[in-house]
Design a protein around this ligand. Structure first.
Ligand code: ADQ
Length: 736
């Protein structure tokens, strides 16, 4: 028997041995006592029977005082094997007659002992007592039988134990073999062809996890194989050169990477606070393509050429920004309405209800079409690589596909994808899904979001889904769905500011003492970011640890966002009010617990804050990835500082050394803050070092590189398929 089933059997048999052993210990004396009592009762019955059989002649002989007849009668009755003696005692208790085998020490007052049983049976003649008959029986045989009985019972228990053990070992062995082969079968089916696979019922709960795990392993293996060295802009550039040589790359996003604003002293250029821009900008720098985005700045029109194009970054141009102009009605319906009052709350579990209006949907369709037209105009080839960014453009992939069927369309969905039930409340769910299935490749942050998407499509459209290959076949075309965890660009060392200087400058600018401890929050002012819960955690911390009052503050930097929407205005008012309320409670303290800055910070200012803080606090109620967590880690080349991270961020799936919290649990947030404030430097270093290695290696170039590698692979297949197609009579479908 293999070692594992033996261990399993032993695990079952040992408790069994214990139970049977204990039962034997309890049962044996009980059964023994019971049988002894049965034997004694038998002896008593026998004595009564003997007495009954000789009673009448005995009384007659005693009355006649015929001692020979009495002796003879007693002797004859005492012949039976167990009867030791029969005696007659008179009323004064004198032994008058006795059978010959009576032990000499026995008299009329003798009582039963371990070796003999004595029954005294009264005799009377016409109601007058004349004496008693003593019947003495040997009880040695009871002890003998009891010993035998114990012996057999012990043997029965042993045999029972052996029998059950063999049976258990046998069942364990075969169950084990059955499980192993069913699991192997499942793994084989999951890694080969899931279609038509029948999962044994006991494994059904495991299938989802198993698939996610296999998928993750598949990606990690692929990354290891493909990236022996770290991902850098140079590597990304050479990858674009090798894999997509000469191919045209177009990016589509709502937010532009550079906004020209009319300032008091002329036109100024601003970079928006957006995770998306942070992530995609390095890719465009590396591949010099065209970025199509909404021109939203007050001086944007003044800075473009006649084709609405401008070269960016302004300091050292590397790619083209093509601006699309939207009327306020379009912006109202497509951006604020359908995207941010509809899709944003639909995809985030933050307990804000999505609002869907037909007028907004119509603008969403129209604006998607306008951006799709821009892609078609900007494309110089019939098969460009189009990188579509985010939930503002769910319909665009299909619109572009209709005009440029050979294009490789890659879309990254920067926010979570909800479960099918949640998504199902959108009145235009089928249209959105059909739009998204115009993509060649559709990326999400985590395998969990991919799984939700596949399940949603499965629920609402007639498609064929290959889970192992993670593809969806719809209308004869395939869309591949993959997780690509987004990240940041690793900061270049020459731009990094001195850490002590950062600490001193930040505290000085906030009017705080040099040794004041700071937790930092950096977010767009959005209800998904858990800013209110963060303040409550700080309040709770000071309530439970008053010694920290005046020695610790939260610096919350919140970039104004979507401020024309009611929900966001209410949030801002609530955040300001709560910060005030908390600060009012600690008016006597030398420093306010909450320092709130509702403003946009430039990236170097943010870097200074990251480097100057003791803690970075990310408490999103739901977040696709969260880049702030990664930016904080990247900024800490001193390997100090503690990251407190919400379990509801994609980042929590990668940054296991952070203090992971449930932001809804205020007490837990407060405890994590306390733990972070008291964490020894050695532990901070250990955690930070490990997270820094991960973020440095799994950076934004890798994110983009993996998507582009997959795009290149799909293009190669597409070209092969087309070649075959031109030599074939039959139309072929687009291959993935
Ligand atoms: P966001 O919701 O914008 O991104 P996040 O990933 O945290 O969230 O990125 C925010 C970015 O804005 C960071 O680069 C940060 O530095 C910057 N920022 C925040 N506050 C700022 C301020 N006050 N001033 C200046 N800059 C500020 C969406 C999804 C995320 C996903 C990203 C990337 O919601 O889940 O991680 O896209 O895909």
């Amino acid at each position: 028997m293999p070692i594992r089933p033996l261990q399993v059997s032993l695990r079952l048999i040992l408790p069994l041995a214990l139970v049977i052993g204990l039962s034997a210990l309890v049962l044996l004396p009980m059964v023994d006592d019971l049988t002894q009592r049965w034997f004694l009762r038998d002896l008593d019955t026998r004595a009564q029977m003997v007495a009954a059989s000789i009673r009448e002649p005995l009384i007659d002989y005693v009355m006649l005082q015929d001692s020979d007849a009495v002796q003879d009668l007693l002797a004859r009755a005492a012949i039976d094997g167990h009867l030791l003696a029969l005696d007659f005692c008179d009323l004064k208790g004198h032994l008058r007659y006795r059978s010959s085998a009576l032990p000499p020490q026995l008299n009329c007052r003798a009582a039963s002992s371990a070796s003999m049983r004595i029954n005294a049976i009264a005799l009377e003649q016409s109601g007058i007592a004349i004496g008693q008959l003593l019947i003495v029986q040997d009880t040695h045989f009871i002890q003998r039988r009891s010993d035998e009985f114990r012996f057999y019972l012990t043997v029965v228990f042993l045999l029972m134990f052996l029998g059950i053990s063999v049976l258990v070992a046998w069942i364990a062995h075969w169950s084990w073999l059955g499980w192993v082969s069913a699991l192997k079968n499942l793994l084989r089916l999951e890694t080969a062809s899931p279609t038509g696979s029948v999962t044994p019922p006991e494994f059904r709960p495991l299938v989802g996890d198993l698939r996610a795990m296999l998928h993750q392993m598949h990606i990690e293996r692929r990354v290891q194989q493909q990236s022996p060295q770290a991902w850098t802009p140079q590597k990304l550039r050479s990858l674009l050169h090798d894999e997509l040589a000469g191919d045209e790359v177009l990016v589509v996003s709502n937010r532009e990477p550079y906004i020209h604003e009319q300032g008091e002293q002329g036109i100024v250029v601003r970079r928006p606070a957006s995770g998306l821009v942070t992530a995609v900008e390095p890719v465009m720098r590396a591949c010099s393509g065209t970025w199509i985005a909404h021109g939203s700045g007050s001086a944007d029109r003044l800075t473009v050429d006649t084709h609405d194009r401008v070269q960016v970054p302004p300091s050292h141009p590397a790619y083209t920004l093509r601006r699309v102009w939207l009327t306020s009605k379009e912006e109202e319906g497509y951006y604020y309405g359908f995207s941010n009052e509809g899709l944003w709350p639909l995809c985030h579990m933050a307990h804000v209800r999505p609002v869907f209006r037909t007028a907004d949907w119509e603008q969403y369709v129209a604006v998607n079409q306008r951006f799709a037209d821009a892609v078609i105009t900007e494309a110089h080839t019939d098969d460009p690589v189009v990188l579509v960014q985010d939930y503002h453009f769910a319909l665009l992939p299909r619109m572009v596909r209709e005009k440029l069927p050979k294009a490789t369309i890659i879309m990254f969905w920067h926010i979570p994808w909800p479960n099918p039930e949640s998504f199902g409340i959108c009145p235009w769910r089928e249209e959105l899904l059909e739009g998204l299935l115009g993509n060649t490749l559709l990326g999400f942050h985590t395998p969990f979001h991919c799984k939700n998407f596949l399940e949603t499509v499965d629920r609402y459209l007639e498609t064929r889904i290959e889970h192992e290959a993670s593809t969806i076949s719809y209308g004869g075309e395939l869309t591949q769905v993959e997780p690509y965890p987004i990240s940041i660009a690793w900061p270049e060392s020459e731009t990094v500011l001195d850490i002590v200087q950062c600490r001193n400058e930040l505290r000085e600018s906030l009017n705080l003492p040099k040794d004041h401890r700071i937790a930092l929050g950096v977010d767009r002012l959005d209800y998904t970011k858990g800013i209110v819960e963060r303040f409550q955690a700080v309040d709770r911390l000071l309530e439970s640890r008053p010694e920290l009052i005046g020695h610790f503050s939260l610096l919350q930097i919140a970039a104004p966002s979507r401020s024309s929407l009611d929900e966001y205005q209410n949030l801002e008012a609530r955040v300001r009010r709560l910060a005030n309320q908390i600060n009012q409670r600690y008016l006597n303290a030398s420093a306010p617990p909450i320092v709130l800055r509702i403003e946009h910070y430039e990236s170097d200012q943010l870097a200074k804050c990251y480097r100057a803080s003791n803690i970075c606090l990310v408490t999103s109620l739901h977040d696709g990835m969260n880049l702030v967590a990664k930016e904080f880690i990247a900024a800490r080349d001193d390997e100090l500082g503690v990251l407190i991270l919400s379990q509801f961020t994609g980042a929590a799936r990668e940054l296991h050394e952070a203090l992971i919290i449930n932001p809804y649990h205020i007490e837990q947030g407060a405890q994590a803050l306390y733990r972070a404030l008291n964490m020894p430097a050695a532990e901070q270093r250990e955690r930070m070092r490990s997270m820094r290695t991960l973020v440095r290696d799994f950076n934004v170039y890798r994110w983009a590189g993996l998507m582009l590698l997959d795009a290149a692979r799909l293009r190669r297949r597409q070209r092969v398929t087309e070649k075959i197609h031109t030599h074939s009579q039959h139309p072929l479908r687009r291959a993935v």
